[in-house]
Write a protein that binds this ligand. Structure first.
Ligand SMILES: [Zn+2]
Length: 160
């Protein structure tokens, strides 16, 4: 299983963060949540995405690291900003033909997934601000709506 070295923004300790884990990674020293950024392909996707304990932002696109896309940059920014609540998984579309077909993601695509279920999807690049709003909307839409008061619809009466 792949692991990344992640520097804790709280105490600057270098931590090893596994791509796949049962709980969100925390700093060994100060217990602050660490940004969780992993990579997945056709083989590892189920383990890395479906088993994640938090919603997963899946960034399917060109895996060329030397040509960082706007969408990828915004996604990384949000993963750092929302450490503890959001996992980012990058998928190289050229190395993952099955995933590209499964999610119809021939062009760069963002998916928000929770336990293997797609909550929302967006095709193309998003700015950081737009991505933040998109994530908020997608998560809010998943909350039960039973707590909200019923909408009273009064019909003005005369219809025809
Ligand atoms: Zn720390």
């Amino acid at each position: 299983m792949r692991a990344n070295t992640v520097v804790c923004l709280g105490c600057m300790l270098c931590n090893r963060v596994m791509d796949c884990a049962r709980s969100f990674p925390r700093c060994e020293r100060c217990q602050q949540s660490l940004p969780w950024i992993a990579a997945a392909d056709d083989v590892t996707f189920a383990d890395i995405v479906s088993s994640a304990p938090v919603p997963v932002l899946v960034d399917i696109g060109d895996g060329d690291e030397g040509n960082e896309r706007v969408a990828g940059t915004a996604a990384v920014h949000l993963a750092i900003e929302r450490a503890g609540a959001l996992k980012l998984v990058k998928v190289d579309n050229e190395a993952s033909p099955n995933l590209v077909q499964r999610f119809a993601a021939s062009s760069p695509t963002l998916l928000l997934m929770d336990h293997g279920r797609v909550l929302a999807r967006h095709r193309g690049a998003l700015s950081i601000a737009t991505l933040r709003c998109w994530l908020d909307d997608a998560v809010r839409d998943q909350r039960p709506v039973s707590a909200s008061p019923p909408v009273a619809r009064s019909n003005p009466g005369h219809s025809g």
